[in-house]
Structures are given as structure tokens and as C-alpha cells.
Design a protein around this ligand. Structure first.
Ligand SMILES: Nc1ncnc2c1ncn2[C@@H]1O[C@H](COP(=O)(O)OP(=O)(O)OP(=O)(O)O)[C@@H](O)[C@H]1O
Length: 367
């Protein structure tokens, strides 16, 4: 666990970057620091591995004051990931990942094996090991940065805007990978971002900071969206927070069976869902004669667009699947992408209302 105890940092010149910060980042969880530019996020993170020293207050790592530990000892237990990966440009990918194990005195062969293993863990092909960072995409460099931070198997990871230098699609992939990696590794992660969507997606707990380095609110994501502590937090978490908060509600919505068709089969009537031979959805085809519909399912008349919801997913995923589908019927799949059923928007909305009522009843019943 990382604990900030009344930590203040005033830089020479008088800027108060962090002001009396007290918070805990529990062991095995992702704690996110989020806030506008200049609110002291990076300064807070860097005080944990003593790249910056606090002016007052204490930071404890598993109960030990970090100022009493040698920097070398401290950093051995803390992986550090920054924007763009922070890789050494003149070293190969493999050498980059081997850096820390080599510094710790591990034999070269062992360090190399570990590097190869870690590249695989972060989803990179071993062919990339001999390339230089400049020969990789931004997303690949970021993955190498994560592999390098994990090389000494530190219990703690500090991540400073790790995904902000890549495009939104790659960012989402990297976020998903971090979440599945974390499910296996259960590191204590303190992550900085200015992106509230990233914060509520990744964080078990989210600390919102305001300029002047003060903590505005520390809560679980669902609570932050539902009950912002003040106007600053409310405006920072955004206008559509009601919709986004649905991401944290897993509720049963009735799944309907619907006969899907395969390519070449007749589709007259209404919108029909087209699936492949393994029952994986391919798209929708409009079979309505009134709308000039098709007779048989053909690739050129397939309408994509329409997100797929995972069975057991959140209300947000179900509602989005329904709203984004050209037929207004949401497609639900299992973990292998195989069709399991269809949801109707009205029933998703009914589930949202029911969840709201249950929440209100719980609140009333609370002591
Ligand atoms: N080395 C420094 N010397 C003086 N002032 C600094 C120094 N580093 C940061 N600051 C100031 O401290 C405040 C907090 O900076 P910090 O980088 O911690 O914020 P941040 O929330 O991470 O910002 P961003 O999201 O823009 O990176 C800012 O006003 C910044 O200008």
C-alpha cells in the first residue's frame, strides 16, 4: 500500500504543486490520480519514488517512510512507466527490457529469457526484440515500456499518462490489456491521467485533484459519477456522467432468441441478423420490401455499425449495443464472440429504471 500523509510540495519559486495531500493507494489495486493540467499529479507520483522530495509530510510504502529508504532500494520495488514508453533509443527492445534485471546483476541469458517472456506477456511478437524503439509504433513502444517496468517484478507500478500519446483505438486496447494484466498480476498501481474516462475505466479508486494540488474527491468510479462532491468535480467528471455511470451497473436484461441467417439465405421481412458458420455476428441486412429491402443475404448489403455487448456486461454496453444497431436491436455475444441473444432498448431502459429504484430503496433502508 502507498500512503500519502499530509504531503505538500512547494517548488523553488513558490509554486505549491501539491497541498496537504492525504490518500491511500491500496495493495493490489489501481488508484488513479486525475485532474486538469498543472494540478500536481506528476509531482505526487514522483514523490513516491523520490524523483521529487516533499517539502513536508510523509509517504509510506507498506508502512515504511520512503525517505528512510535508499533510492536504489526503493526503485527496485517500483516500476515506472511514462508517456511514449521512455525507452532508450539506441538500445534494442530486448536490451531495453533487460536493463533492470542486468542492473540487479542477473546473468545475461536469464535476463534475455525474462525479456522475451515479458514481451509476450504485453502482447508483442518476439520478432520485434531486435528492433530499435524508433522502428516501433507508438502503441508498441508503450507496451515495451510496460514490459520494462515489470522486468524486476516490482510490487508497485507508477504510471504517468501511460497511454496518452497513442490514438484512441490503440489507447482503448492498451487500457484493456492493462486491466487483464492486472487481473493476473495484482500490482499496486498508481496511475496519472488527465482523462476522466480513462480514470473511471481503469481505477478501482479515483482521486480527483484540483489546481493548487488539493484533493477534491477520492472514491470508487461509480460513486464519483453518481455523487460528485462539489461543482468542480461535477463539471470535471462531465455532462454525460449519468450515461457513463451505467458502465458500473451489471444487471440482467432479458435476452431474446432470434433466428439469424447466413450469407445467401433469404431475408425478406424485417432487419435480419447475419452470422457466420460459427454463429458469430457479421452485421444486419434490411429485408423490408417497403424500404427496398434485399431478398437474400449478400455481403454488399450488410450493415455493420452496432457494438456487440458481452453477456453479463454493463447496462451501458447493452444500451449502446441497442442504440448503435441499425435494427435498434442490440446483439449480445459470449466471450468467444458467438451470438447468445438480442436485447430491446425498452427492456434495457426498464432495467435501468429498476436498478435506480433498487438503489433508492437501498439508500432508504440504510442505517
Ligand atoms: N521542477 C519544477 N519547478 C517549478 N515548478 C514546477 C516544477 N515541476 C512542476 N512545477 C509546477 O507545479 C505544478 C504542478 O505540476 P505537475 O507537473 O505536478 O502537474 P500535472 O497535474 O502533472 O500537470 P500536467 O497534467 O500538465 O502534466 C505546476 O504549476 C507546474 O508548473
Amino acid at each position: 500500500m502507498i500512503r500519502f500523509d499530509h504531503v505538500t510540495k512547494t517548488y523553488p519559486g513558490g509554486t505549491v504543486a501539491v497541498d496537504d495531500l492525504t490518500l491511500e493507494a491500496p495493495r493490489g489495486e489501481i488508484t488513479v490520480l486525475v485532474g486538469p493540467s498543472g494540478c500536481g499529479k506528476t509531482t505526487s507520483l514522483r514523490m513516491v519514488n523520490r524523483m521529487v522530495e516533499p517539502t513536508s509530510g510523509t509517504i509510506l510504502l507498506d508502512g515504511v517512510d520512503v525517505s528512510t529508504m535508499s533510492q536504489a532500494e526503493l526503485r527496485r520495488g517500483i516500476g515506472y512507466v511514462i508517456q511514449h514508453g521512455g525507452l532508450f533509443p539506441h538500445r534494442t527492445i530486448e536490451q531495453n527490457v533487460m536493463t533492470v534485471p542486468r542492473l540487479l546483476g542477473r546473468p545475461r541469458a536469464e535476463a534475455r529469457d525474462r525479456a522475451r517472456e515479458l514481451l509476450e506477456v504485453v502482447g508483442l511478437s518476439p520478432d520485434l526484440a531486435s528492433r530499435y524503439p524508433g522502428q516501433l509504433s507508438g502503441g508498441q513502444q508503450q507496451r515495451v515500456g510496460v514490459a520494462r517496468a515489470l522486468a524486476a517484478d516490482p510490487p508497485v507500478l507508477l504510471m504517468d499518462e501511460p497511454f496518452s500519446a497513442v490514438d484512441p483505438v490503440v489507447r482503448e486496447q492498451l487500457q484493456d490489456e492493462l486491466m487483464s494484466l492486472q487481473a493476473q498480476l495484482q500490482k499496486t498501481i498508481l496511475l496519472v491521467t488527465h482523462d476522466i474516462d480513462e480514470a473511471v475505466k481503469l481505477g478501482n479508486r479515483v482521486a480527483v485533484m484540483r489546481v493548487g494540488g488539493r484533493l477534491a474527491q477520492m472514491d470508487e468510479p461509480a460513486r464519483l459519477l453518481a455523487e460528485p462532491a462539489d461543482d468542480f468535480v461535477a463539471s470535471f467528471v462531465g455532462r454525460d456522467r449519468g450515461y457513463r455511470s451505467l458502465a458500473f451497473q451489471d444487471v440482467d436484461v432479458p435476452l431474446h432468441r432470434e433466428a439469424a441467417v447466413r450469407m445467401g439465405e433469404p431475408v425478406r421481412g424485417d432487419w435480419r441478423l447475419v452470422v457466420d458458420d460459427e454463429s458469430r455476428p457479421l452485421g444486419w441486412i434490411d429485408g423490408s420490401p417497403a424500404r427496398g429491402g434485399e431478398d437474400v443475404a449478400a455481403p454488399e448489403s450488410l450493415r455493420l455499425g452496432g457494438t456487440l455487448a458481452r453477456r453479463g456486461g454493463s447496462l451501458r454496453a447493452y444500451l449502446d449495443a441497442a442504440l448503435s444497431s441499425p435494427s435498434r436491436r442490440g446483439v449480445v455475444v459470449d466471450d468467444d464472440g458467438v451470438l447468445v441473444g438480442i436485447v430491446h432498448p425498452s427492456e434495457v431502459l426498464a432495467a435501468i429504471e429498476a436498478a435506480g429504484r433498487a438503489g433508492a430503496d437501498d439508500a432508504e433502508g440504510a442505517p
